[in-house]
Write a protein that binds this ligand. Sequence first.
Ligand code: GAR
Length: 188
Amino acid sequence: MAKKIIILASGNGSNAEEIMRYFKVSSVADVSCVISNKREAGVFERAKSFDVPCVWLNKSYFESNEIVNYLNDLKPDLIVLAGFLLKIPKKLIQLFPNKIINIHPALLPKHGGKGMFGKHVHQAVKDSGDSHTGITIHYVNENYDEGGIIFQAQVGIDSNDDPDSIAQKIHKLEHKHFPEVINQILNK
Ligand code: GAR
């Protein structure tokens, strides 16, 4: 039987889109639902175009026990954070051990932690003068960006790169690898 993926996303949703595209033609898993904490998130339009049900749940819902019951009822095999910016409550982590994964747009443990998302990360990479950056896919634990690392991939940057061009390079890497890594996890 096909496994169930639930995607949590706060923004544009380009990673969510690539995951939906990948699993649309896979017998391994279905994206059964996309959940966002942002009513205007671009991810909603993307989910609709794949006929994937999408739900807006506000921040206080995520911080309550309701989210635990809600996700428990959906019985997901994997919860995928694809640009999801709220902290995952401890009770959810306990309910789904090693079943919640996140993608971070840098090579953790560098450039992670609270407040490090999207452009802030690419700016920090630029400011650090690093010669390369990359992506990290990791399990989610109680601390931001500290769960066990599942996969990393690198890309070179040079002095001409700015946060926007770094973001483009990162998105390319994410779109290439994230669906495939999810597939590998679900096939284990
Ligand atoms: C992605 O680059 C993802 O790695 C990052 O947000 C972007 C979302 O893009 N996540 C974080 O920074 C989490 N700390 P998308 O909405 O187009 O998929």
